[in-house]
Write a protein that binds this ligand. Structure first.
Ligand SMILES: [Zn+2]
Length: 211
């Protein structure tokens, strides 16, 4: 074998090795599918946006204004103190789809409306949470970052508007000392699949009450 052929051969081998190495690096940095938190009996955090949710939320919202008749679900907080945080960005490309109501630790959390306690759920993000179905079975209220439930509260209970159902905390991903109630409202078509609703902004509904 002449020196020229040897050089060509070495060149080909070198290019081959480079290609293999870059392939291997590429393979390693390919993102692994992110782990999704799915609770055992599957209520997904209500803040999770649904793919089909975006097209037309306005008809749903408008049909509930005036019917929902909600109270601010934290004792001592007036509607005019609320901030609209519905469209705020959250991690992993999610939007907030809820309202955060800051309050001192252990402030009573009140049922925003009459309805049935569907689920008392421990969530990684939401911490200690409550899902409540409105009495017309069209809305699901979600209360998160609770410190604890009201004594004796159980799934299946019918609570009246303003009843103390829990206390403000910083559980889940609220951050230590960041005491607030994370409150969201979802319009549901099937109350049995209460974690699958379309989130509507609680802010105008809570303001509506003030007038
Ligand atoms: Zn929140």
């Amino acid at each position: 074998m002449g020196p020229l052929k040897l050089r060509i051969l070495l060149g080909v081998v070198f290019v081959g090795i480079v290609a293999l190495v870059s392939l291997a690096i590429n393979f390693r940095v390919t993102p692994v599918v992110p782990e999704i938190e799915i609770p055992p009996d599957s209520p997904v955090a209500i803040g999770t946006p649904l793919p089909e949710a975006s097209p037309s939320p306005s008809p749903i919202t408008s049909s509930f204004v005036g019917q929902a008749d909600l109270i601010v679900p934290v004792a001592g907080v007036r509607p005019e103190q609320l901030l609209d945080t519905f469209a705020d960005a959250r991690s992993e490309g999610r939007s907030h789809d809820a309202i955060d109501i800051p309050a001192a630790a252990e402030t009573p959390v009140l049922a925003a409306a009459e309805g049935k306690i569907l689920k008392l759920f421990q969530s990684e993000r939401g911490g200690t949470t409550i899902y409540q179905l409105s009495s017309n079975q069209e809305l699901v209220f979600y209360y998160a970052h609770l410190s604890r439930y009201a004594d004796g509260l159980a799934e299946g209970d019918i609570v009246r508007q303003g009843q103390v159902i829990a206390y403000v905390g910083d559980t889940g991903n609220a951050g230590p000392g960041n005491y607030h109630l994370h409150f969201s409202i979802a319009a549901v078509s099937d109350p049995k699949r209460y974690w699958e609703g379309t989130n509507i902004n609680p802010y105008p509904l809570l303001q509506n009450r003030a007038r």
